[in-house]
Design a protein around this ligand. Structure first.
Ligand code: HEM
Length: 206
């Protein structure tokens, strides 16, 4: 049975949209630092990149706290159940109008692919980006005290992380449009409300 459900809470939506804006802004300013284009000017762009980075760090601290206090971190526990069915749905089924192999419930907001990808972002890509960013930030010229590996290696990893995050955003925006209507997922993340299944807790079609 489907029912209109309050699925994304206030802080979660605040965190989601601010994280999205900050990551886009960090990518936009980061690629200017990288030398891909020149819009803001080198010194200023570094200043605003650093400010956005601190804002992202504060947001991350609050988000970690929220996920543990609410128990919502459990939504990211990975599962391989139905992951192959989901992959084949996105490769072929979706173009033939087949139904999605899993469905959303309040206990199971994320599909198997979402769980694994979001967990990878949270445990690997974002920490690597923050860690390399902080090394970059506190790298002291010319006699850096923590000269473990060269700054060029850190810059390359940090730029690679930026490509991964941008690729994620592109794929994410496409997948957002593949809900029950092209805008239903977007509306849910704006209002918090979505029509979802209420009759089971494991997100599988009975
Ligand atoms: C807390 C997180 C972050 C911190 C502390 C941080 C910090 C920095 C610093 C200090 C620089 C170098 C500025 C300089 O040359 O003096 C930099 C460069 C850069 N950042 Fe970030 N950053 C963070 C997150 C991000 C994110 C999320 C992205 C992209 C989505 C990003 C993309 C870039 C890029 C592309 C560069 C240029 C790298 C190069 O080729 O030298 N950064 N970042």
């Amino acid at each position: 049975m489907k029912k209109k459900t309050y699925i994304y809470r206030g802080f979660e939506r605040f965190w989601h949209w601010n994280q999205a804006l900050l990551i886009l802004f960090l990518a936009f300013t980061g690629f200017e630092i990288h030398g891909s284009y020149s819009i803001i000017g080198f010194e200023n762009v570094i200043r605003v990149h650093n400010m956005a980075a601190w804002a992202l760090l504060v947001l991350i601290v609050f988000a970690i706290f929220w996920h543990f206090v609410t128990g919502e971190w459990r939504q990211y526990i990975p599962t391989t159940k139905l992951i192959k069915a989901e992959i084949s749905y996105y490769i072929t089924g979706i173009f033939k109008g087949a139904p999605h192999p899993t469905h959303k419930t309040i206990y199971n907001k994320f599909s198997p692919l979402q769980r694994i990808i979001y967990l990878g972002l949270k445990l690997l890509v974002i920490p690597v980006q923050v860690f390399t960013g902080l090394i970059y930030l506190f790298y002291v010229y010319p006699n850096n005290p923590v000269h473990v590996i060269g700054l060029d290696v850190i810059a390359t990893i940090h730029s690679f992380g930026a490509y991964i995050l941008l690729s994620f955003v592109i794929a994410h925006v496409y997948l957002v449009t593949t809900g029950s209507t092209p805008l239903s997922n977007l509306k849910a993340m704006i209002t918090g409300w979505e029509i979802v299944e209420v009759d089971d807790e494991d997100g599988q079609k009975k």
